[in-house]
Design a protein around this ligand. Sequence first.
Ligand code: NAD
Ligand code: ZN
Length: 355
Amino acid sequence: MKRVEAENYDILFGMEAYQELGDYLNKKEYSKIFILTDTNCYDHCLPYFLGNLPTEIPFEIIEVEAGEEYKTLETCSGVIQTMLELGGDRRSIVITLGGGVITDMGGFIASIYMRGIDFVNIPTTLLSMVDASVGGKTGVDLEGIKNCIGSFVMPKMVVVDVKYLETLEARQIKSGYAEMLKHGLIFDAKYYDYLKDIANIDFNDIEILIHHSVVIKNSVVQQDPKEAGLRKILNFGHTVGHAIESYYLTQEDKKTLLHGEAIAIGMVVEAYLSTQLTGLSFEEYQDIKNCIHSIYGIENIDEEDYVGILDWLKFDKKNSGGSIRCVLLCEIGQAEYNLEIDKELVERGLMEYSK
Ligand code: NAD
Ligand code: ZN
């Protein structure tokens, strides 16, 4: 069985992982298991998961609505209320079964329930397998501000089983692919080169690629678990990407972009900023832009939306003393953090993106 050793926990790959999960739960003698899932995963993932979980510990299933708009404190209080009613105590454990919304929110709930109980992540989207379920960042949104309430807390185990991807829509697969491209762009030029032509990817080998992404993310996190410095590079594309995601999430009459789709646009814009500030070559910028356009199409960002998007930059968690800080590339495969940027440049980047 493939395994990546992380900060006091393991990320396990494949079917054999369930036996190890069962052994772990039995050994720790948890009083109760709360399986947190959403409406889609309840249908597509839960029956398979329950069929593979070797434990006699009693469990309860808590199902929440699917979607980023439910990654909120309100949903958390509802879940916590249910856990209390169902007899949850300090020896209970939360198992998250879902995408990044569920792993982020379930980890957060576990970290505050009775001042903190254990949790295990079972990611069911590509995005949560390669990124969200690993590394110990948990959180929820407040009025559209991404992840501004949350905690750093490590899961006890992560089980990556690509079987779940069989029911995931193609659009969601591509959304997760954006985080994999990010791993290549910030850390591993060869990996990016391999990924950039998606037509050449054999999705039968997806576990190997997920494993590679997890190794990259884990090695960055282990050097800086609480994001004092180096870990910031994992936010490449996210300063502008989160602003775009939040803007569309809160505009009722507009389309919504998936997290990875917004991050893909964010990576192109931030690559443009990198040509201006950190020496990324124009050829490399074009290469990144062509790659994103070829995978995601060119999402039309109306000029009338620019001001609204730029306004969300002020909520970025990397900002410091009122200035907007960003992760930029000096070349493909190498990132720098704490670069100060201004709105005018970002606006130029947004214009360049659609050209
Ligand atoms: P998601 O959790 O909303 O899942 C996407 C959709 O797929 C949902 O509708 C879900 O119900 C459905 N789904 C999940 N698994 C399925 C399956 N196997 N079959 C069919 N449908 C399935 O979104 P996501 O893209 O997984 O995660 C995005 C979230 O992750 C964002 O909130 C983002 O901020 C967060 N994130 C966190 C970190 C971190 O380090 N904590 C990193 C990256 C992203
Ligand atoms: Zn992300």
